[in-house]
Ligand binder design. Structure first.
Ligand SMILES: Cc1cc2nc3c(=O)[nH]c(=O)nc-3n(C[C@H](O)[C@H](O)[C@H](O)COP(=O)(O)OP(=O)(O)OC[C@H]3O[C@@H](n4cnc5c(N)ncnc54)[C@H](O)[C@@H]3O)c2cc1C
Length: 343
């Protein structure tokens, strides 16, 4: 077991915040994870599971043992009359996996193209974009219990997926698995026959512009990549963690109250009767777009994205996030909830 000491984490987080891991172990297999749990020195020590680092804010050096997930492998496991079942190791790059499934002739993940990070982290926050969430294509996953070393499998119901939420985000005191499990493999069920998920304004615009009435999955994949490249900062160029806040849900009455004061507010109705508000609009309405606190700032093109303007610390990012939360609360009475995990 090769434990690396004082490892710079700047290349391993998409905010590019400077921090070190006191100790880091690259795990390439389920057996590697079980070896850590069984190890007398490291098994009982606090641990932090790291994927691609695209949904974390590092607020200092990381003292727990960092388990950097590098488990590889992709397979089409099965084709039934109803679906393709595909599997990937948790350390596979998510976007590369999406591209690979399409090349295998297994469509269904195209709307989730170009989301940074790893396959193993995708169920943690039930990643979603352009009308599709991971839970819509999920079959099951394997994980190792970091306390006992035992391998277990969870289906969708057991993962308790919600909006940017799952059992992996909740503490073990509430029967959650946060910090308790390392996901090793994820299986997806890609339904047959394939159906395009369109309807988002940006996708409709692409359809009209290109004059393609019935795009195939590869066409949608390319549109999604184009749209995302135009809207979101490339983490390789400007450090960021994508959307920094979740879109808040309110009751129809609360929404009506806000509309009465701010008729231009962006919102959409959910199937359960609640109303989802665009967090980016709320932040923009409070005048934050383009503003900075220290070296952390609000992206000029999309107020929902906080960026590292160069040399930002995690503390600066969180100070900016708290200032935004305060002004949105004071103006709209809504508490914004951060999406990334603060480490
Ligand atoms: C430019 C940009 C755009 C983005 N767009 C979207 C978007 O459209 N939709 C969306 O949902 N998200 C989006 N995100 C957020 C991010 O890409 C996802 O949350 C992604 O799934 C994080 O993957 P990761 O491997 O980088 O996870 P990390 O940041 O490394 O980890 C995130 C959390 O998952 C845990 N974790 C990671 N791997 C495992 C594992 N194998 N087992 C158990 N726990 C694990 C970590 O401990 C941590 O708590 C975006 C981020 C960026 C930078």
């Amino acid at each position: 077991m090769l434990i690396e000491k004082n490892v710079p984490l700047q290349p391993y987080n998409s905010f590019h915040i400077v921090a070190k891991a006191h100790a880091l172990l690259r795990v390439a297999s389920q057996a590697d994870v079980q070896a850590v749990v069984a190890n007398p020195d490291w098994g009982e020590a606090p641990q932090f599971v790291l994927g691609g680092g695209s949904n974390i804010v590092l607020t200092g050096d990381v003292k727990p043992l960092v388990l950097k997930v590098e488990i590889k492998g992709r397979q089409v496991l099965q084709e039934t009359a109803k679906a393709f079942i595909v599997q990937a190791g948790a350390g596979e790059n998510w976007h590369d996996f999406v591209t690979w499934t399409l090349r295998q002739g297994c469509p269904g993940l195209e709307n989730l193209a170009l989301i940074p990070g790893t396959v193993g982290a995708a169920p943690v926050q039930n990643i979603g974009a352009y009308g599709v969430e991971l839970q819509d294509r999920f079959d099951s996953l394997d994980a190792v219990d970091l306390q006992t070393g035992k391998l277990f499998t969870l289906n969708a119901a057991q993962c308790a997926f919600g909006y940017r939420d799952s059992v992996f985000k909740h503490a073990s005191t509430t029967l959650g698995l946060a910090g308790r499990a390392l996901i090793t493999q994820v299986r997806f069920s890609l339904p047959k026959p394939w159906k395009a998920v369109l309807g988002y304004a940006d996708l409709e615009r692409k359809r009209v512009e290109s004059n393609i009435a019935q795009p195939d999955a590869m066409q949608i994949y390319h549109w999604i990549c184009d749209i995302r490249r135009a809207k979101l900062p490339d983490p390789d160029v400007i450090g960021n963690a994508g959307s920094f806040f979740k879109n808040p849900s309110v009751t129809p009455e609360q929404c009506a109250d806000i509309i009465a004061r701010d008729p231009k507010i962006v919102y959409y109705h959910l199937a359960d009767g609640s109303v989802k508000l665009a967090a980016g609009w709320l932040i923009d309405a409070c005048g934050w777009k383009g503003k900075s606190v220290g070296h952390a700032g609000v992206y000029e093109k999309q107020a929902l994205v906080l960026v590292n303007r160069g040399g930002a610390t995690g503390g600066e990012v969180m100070t900016l996030a708290k200032a935004i939360q305060t002004s949105v609360y004071e103006r709209f009475g809504i508490r914004l909830e951060p999406e990334p995990v603060v480490v």
